[in-house]
Design a protein around this ligand. Sequence first.
Ligand code: ZN
Length: 465
Amino acid sequence: MQHPINHHAQPALPRGEDVALDTPLTIGFSFLGKPLEVRHWGNPTAPLRVLFLCGQHGDERGIRRALGEFVQKQLAGLLAGMPHLQLAILADANPDGYELGVRQNAQGIDLNRDHLRLEAPETRAIHRFVGAWKPHLVVDMHNFPVRRKVLQQAELRLDWDVCLDYPSNPASGLSTGHPLLQSLMAALKLDLEANAFRFGRYCVFDSKNGVRHGTPHLVDARNVLTLRHGALTLLLEARNPSSQEDRAQRRHVRQAVARACEGILRWCQLHQTELATPAALLSTQARIPLRFRRPLSPEGFLAPVADLHSGEPSSLCFPRYRPQTQGRRHVESPFAYAVPVAAHDLLRVLARHGFQSYLAARGERCIVSESLYGGVGPQPPADAPRLPRMSSLRYERSLEGFVIFPFQQPGAKLLALMLEPESVYSLHRLFTRSNKMQLGSLCPVRRVLLPCSPLGCDFFFEVAS
Ligand SMILES: [Zn+2]
């Protein structure tokens, strides 16, 4: 059920330099109608724009407090020496969850798993602000729990004070590492460790003692904001102190967050030229990876741990380490995608992302490729030749009754990942009942390879709402 407050008109957002300092900017409203407020800091005409996004998870109180202290004690002085940088801070992205003491928003949606579908008003407001203000860098701030199943038996807990990670979806071109990001990781590690903080690249542990760096899926802010808006989005995770830790240890974590924030801003100032030209950083390759694999690395992963009771720090080696996410099953970009007008759920998601589209004109004919599902069922044995999962038919047809999404538009790679029939993120599954395509069924989304006549341009969905 829609909450009545969500029918409030969306506030107008400023573009680029047009922001007033000292007054918070309301960028939208939470599900229960609380304002989502952004504060701007630094020189409002500075060329490099950075956004700190904090509190998507309502129960992560430590990171909110740490960011608050950093802003109060250090930020103004720090930015005075950084004339080329301006900062926007959304200190509480989930005020309802914070008040209720829960991770999700008041609808029960985990906001950092909602960035593909944008079902929550909070994530829609974040995307709308990022699309309008166009930050070059976003830092998405969280707390991580120190207790992990794989460490519990050995009476150990995770012992980073703060860690960082970068986009993990291969379509970003960053998932296998980038020299600029390596320089940031190295600079932070050097600085934080010199100040007695434990720092590393954030990772998750699976039940088989395997280690990897978070999900490559298109669910979280770091992957989807990066692909949709070209805003490089980093994940900053601070330790949520265990109940055994005292006030001094809690303060130590907050100081680590402040040090990391300062380090990130200093690195931005140093690399402003590269950061201000996204093409230098984000992948512009034409081929789009639809799936991914995570090869095992010969080097293990050394996790910083501490004794659960005494707090004594040590390290633990995990031999099954998968540091990289590599793309596979690439496709060439088409001219456009055609989505049936009847596919309301799918069109609604694309409209929330603000993708440009228009209704195909009457009699408009194109060369299209249509995809038939051919391989749903048990996997063939490993030594058997791999059957194509999907077969494509290519012919000229009328696109009456279809909405056309040209590939040449901002965020095109995300559009392709959402619409390609073979993509693991294909949204056409949204409007098949079982979420599974039946053998021999036709994918409703068509790839438009070539227009046969000049295309019409009646706008269909223009703006996300
Ligand atoms: Zn979180």
